[in-house]
Design a protein around this ligand. Sequence first.
Ligand SMILES: [Mn+2]
Length: 367
Amino acid sequence: MQKHRLEKILGNLKEDVDVIVLRNATEPNIDPNFFYVADISYGLFEGCICLIWKDGEVEILTTKLEAETAKHAKVPITVFGTREERARILKKKIGKAKKVGINFENITHQGYLDTVKATKKAKVVDVSEALRKARMIKDPTEIERIAKACTIASKVADEIPTLVKESGMKETEVVAEINYLMTKYGANSPSFETIVAFGKNAAEPHYTACTGTLRKGDFVLCDFGARYLRYCSDITRTFVAGKATKEQERMYEVVLEAHDAAIDFISAGKSAKECHKAAEDVINRSRYRGKFTHGLGHGLGLTVHDPGGMSPSQDIVLEPNMILTVEPGIYIPKIGGVRIEDDILVTKDGCKVLTEAESEFREIRVK
Ligand SMILES: [Mn+2]
């Protein structure tokens, strides 16, 4: 357990509660805050519950399956065998509470009903904002793990030109190589479904089908990340297979200029909106006006889309130790797209790029 995380969460609460109940259902309905609070770096913990008491004490209700792993949290553990037993234990623990905090963003409806049932007449309040705010600012352990995930992904990104070999090769072949190499370099898994998009497929920012085959002259867009001790990285690099057209090179240069403008601009104290605008302005001044169709970036941490981000709809002001992606792109339907994505750590007077892969324009030699 990391005491200061508890202090942050409790300090962010708008109204005091007797206890916060963080509750996992089955995968993928797992609350990342469970792991944030318990600081357990692996395991699934389906059906398990983490209680945070108002004095900062934490305890875990766990299945027998993961009782041994739960010990890593170094907090009191109660093991249950069945759902009924879990319900009985929870009722005994929180039955007298007057006000119970729940994370509305990650609990299932069944989990909510079961928690309410255990509390008799308690008032139930949503504490998701307090959790979100706490997780936006990364502590040293988190920064170290994300940085490691970034190093792994960067190393793989630099090898992409050697993985793309000949026209006719499948997108999934490149996906397989990327995922293999990330694991080989120490990742526990990819942090999300790896995207490899050839040619016009690169015009779709979340193209995960990967059913295409390579033709000479195609864009090769690869978007992937590593997960290391639960923490994520997220990187995108775009290349051209063979000789690029003037248009392809120009698209790339505009995206790179937007990316660099954002990185130069970002620092603590800047609003998320103006950071987005720093990149968007570059693209909108070019012939690709309106072709940057998403936000500049998102938070990164226990989830690949962690709280926080930089876009016209984000109201936050950047603070030191936020970790965010910077990923401008240009997308032209039926032609293709370019995106360059890096992960950055916000500092007092700027930002530090954690993904150090090459980002200059490159043509890949293909047979
Ligand atoms: Mn991303």
